[in-house]
Design a protein around this ligand. Structure first.
Ligand SMILES: NC(=O)c1ccc[n+]([C@@H]2O[C@H](COP(=O)([O-])OP(=O)(O)OC[C@H]3O[C@@H](n4cnc5c(N)ncnc54)[C@H](O)[C@@H]3O)[C@@H](O)[C@H]2O)c1
Length: 334
């Protein structure tokens, strides 16, 4: 990470002020950037400022920023005018997961930003090589994949497409450390990047277990929370296998892998829910059943948990052992 970077001197733009656009704007403001937030649809203007204000107020309460919301909001412009992005050095596109919508947004952004400004997308799964093909300057285009709520999570994937200039990707990666992230750089494009490939393998197997009658939705969730949920904030999958004995995984893989689901169709379990209008907690209709009050309470609980898990994650960064050994050498407590 380069210490020469001063976010205060780097104006950024966010386009799309839905769920993620608002939390990404909050994160960039707390990092010190001046932010122009563009509302591509008028509906965004109804909620964006209130949502960002709410995130900032809660972040101050939780100690993520020493400043009150008004202090950060001085550096925020919310507008429908793409022209306001003219001085942005970096733009984060955060609109619907639809390539045609994104293409029309890129044309408007590229008409106003400088040729050497970076353009990025928070796409969940559209390959970056496809999206950069929709732009005028593919070499400055990257995936910037955030996790909700973006102002509390440590996750960020910086993804290069086939036409990206990897050196620019490295500079974006360096900058993102200043946003409170523990980022990863994906140097070669692959659909779903890292975490979505891992997670979708798990979602598919979870559906397979329920559809096959092996366990209920409740049991699969409980097993996952109390197994992976216990160690994943400290270690990733490879360190986990190192910690618990690599040879055993080798043995189990031989017998287990051929039995795992490799279905290529969307599982019926999720298909039925979506076709019946289920969206999950947001409309109290998902894999679990909810009263309206329970659904709201899950949303609140998730928000509270995201601050608490952040505190734990900060105590155990990726280089936790290196830090402990250095402290030990100096005779200090880590
Ligand atoms: N929700 C998540 O947890 C999550 C995680 C990672 C990535 N993403 C990705 O982030 C992006 C935004 O997701 P979200 O969850 O914030 O969605 P959202 O539905 O909350 O917001 C979508 C936004 O898209 C914009 N939009 C809608 N119609 C448009 C149009 N016709 N033209 C231009 N812009 C339009 C608006 O700003 C709207 O608020 C998507 O690409 C999504 O895949 C979402």
């Amino acid at each position: 990470m380069s210490n020469a970077i001063e976010p205060e001197d780097i104006p950024v733009g966010v386009v799309g002020l839905g769920l993620m656009g608002c939390s990404i704007t909050t994160c960039l403001l707390m990092a010190g950037h001046p932010v122009v937030a563009v509302a591509p649809v008028p509906g965004d203007l109804d909620h964006a400022l209130t949502r960002i204000q709410g995130h900032l107020a809660k972040s101050r309460e939780e100690g993520l920023t020493p400043h009150p919301p008004e202090w950060h909001l001085q550096r925020l412009v919310i507008t429908e005018a793409y022209a306001a992005l003219a001085s942005a050095r970096l733009v984060v596109e955060c609109t619907l997961e639809d390539a045609e919508v994104k293409r029309s947004v890129y044309a408007k952004v590229e008409a106003v930003i400088a040729d050497d400004a970076l353009l990025t997308s928070n796409t969940s799964a559209i390959p970056i090589s496809i999206l950069q093909g929709l732009t005028r300057r593919p070499e400055r285009f990257f995936g910037l994949h955030w996790a909700e709520p973006s102002h509390t999570t440590r996750f960020l994937e910086v993804i290069c497409g086939e036409g990206s200039d990897v050196a620019l990707g490295e500079s974006l990666y360096d900058l993102s450390w200043h946003w409170g992230k523990e980022p990863t750089l994906v140097r070669k494009d692959i659909r779903g990047f890292i975490t979505n490939r891992l997670m979708y393998a798990m979602y598919r197997e979870a559906c397979h277990l329920v559809e096959g009658g092996y366990a209920t939705v409740e049991d699969v969730d409980r097993a996952c929370r109390n197994n992976a949920g216990y160690w994943m904030t400290l270690v990733g999958v490879f360190r986990w296998m190192d910690l618990t004995g690599v040879a055993a995984y080798h043995t189990v893989m031989q017998e287990l892998l051929p039995t795992l689901s490799n279905a290529t169709e969307v599982p019926k379990l999720i298909d039925d829910i979506v076709k019946a209008g289920g969206r999950g907690v947001s409309n109290a209709h998902g894999f679990h059943t909810y009263t309206k009050e329970e659904a709201e309470c899950w949303e609140e609980t998730f928000r509270a948990f995201s601050y608490e898990i952040r505190r734990l994650a900060l105590k155990y960064p990726a280089d936790v052992v290196k830090r402990q050994l250095e402290a030990r050498e100096k005779g200090e407590d880590a």
